[in-house]
Design a protein around this ligand. Sequence first.
Ligand SMILES: *Cc1c(COP(=O)(O)O)cnc(C)c1O
Length: 499
Amino acid sequence: MEVLYKSTRSGQNTVTASQAILKGLAEDGGLFVPTAIPKLSVSVEELSKMSYQETAYAVMKEFLTDFTKEELMDCIEKAYDSKFDTEEIAPLVNADGTYFLELFHGKTIAFKDMALSILPHLLTTSARKNNVKNEIVILTATSGDTGKAAMAGFADVAGTRIVVFYPKGGVSPIQEKQMLTQKGENTHVIGIKGNFDQAQSGVKEIFGNKELEEEMARAGFQFSSANSINIGRLVPQVVYYVYSYAKLVENEQIQNGEKINVVVPTGNFGNILAAFYAKNMGIPIAKLICASNDNKVLFDFFQTGVYDRNREFILTTSPSMDILISSNLERLIYKLAGEDAEKNAQYMKDLSGEGKYEITSDMKAQLEDFYGNFATEAETAETIHKLYDQTGYIIDTHTAVAAAVYNKYKEETKDETKTIIASTASPFKFTRSVMNAIDQEKYSDMSDFELVDELSTIGKVDVPDAIEEIRDAQIRHNTVCEVGDMEKEVKKFLGIEQS
Ligand SMILES: *Cc1c(COP(=O)(O)O)cnc(C)c1O
């Protein structure tokens, strides 16, 4: 059955999957959603025997119905290959009775690789299918991980360029070095003197600028987005929830049909929305547990039905979740509103105007599948420490937020349902915070790379290639700009005349 996509803000026109991938964001500022979430057409029994790549095909073909089998398989094969340091691509690790779904075995050792290693191929295939001759310019705001993963995915991909904005001072030293050493003539990274939300708003503004769009077209360019709002990011993320469920069945850790809970450390609401889609496709998921750090907008939202971004922006040790506007939540709001685009558009208008909106009690009642909570900095650190003490397994700060929230959930509900925790980054990416959590005093004098080696020793895991690579790598990017100058920087990189 053909799946088409419509905007969450004006549900009239539909576009094909490839068009939605090319556009990223709908003209009206809304996000593309499938007219209906498709069901899986293979059984869990069949899935349990499939490789990651085969599972990816089984899931993605249901969403990207205008791609031919050859096109989609080609994208999948190019994405999920030896770039990943394990054939399983997304292995499950049992620690302390819970299953950690390790989504950090790709090129930049964070979960963004799961989608960003395939997006460039989906995008260039989409361009070909739609006879697009312009060079595709990827514009991305990052809270630390997306930027590097996107650049790694797009570096030297013919017919594309990529510009990444990140909050200077708002990412970890290793994240920053990873970005600033990025190779590829078509890559460009810029620090802004502001926070992630400002970077994201700035990018959205550039996307919405019609005049600039025309100027770009005259010069042979068109924008697209690699941010998690792109349906080409969301769909590949559904895969690992399907895959991990089937693996639990195959390994007889659960019965076929048995419900599981899923815990996701959440920022932009993309990863947990993918779990929600997996549930809607037919995977037996009971609770979707949404974990926040001190920027607990989502927790408050699940409690009260009020989404309110008017609050202090807090820098935490889980910087990829330091977000006050969770863009992908709009897709859920739209669904809760009965796919009423007008109603959703009003909420989003209130959000950009007053910085908040309140959903109706009917809508709130539909949030039953979700549970939200948050972990403070102290709770996050304590969770890393305790899990290491008890099991020897070392998790990163983002995963620790999820594990801490899961502990609260269990204590509150006594729910013993088997549970998967999305493990979204390697501890090597946030070495200092992780090692501080394990032993503040012992490690406080060590350099970042000394800590990397120490982590490898005490955790009994090899230093990932992604870290080895940047030890002595040359800094290739050093642009910093004011929030107001983002557009100017883009034009400079593309060589478009300043008007
Ligand atoms: C991006 C990111 C998250 C948040 O994921 P969302 O899809 O934005 O909710 C969590 N952890 C890490 C390590 C990330 O990079």
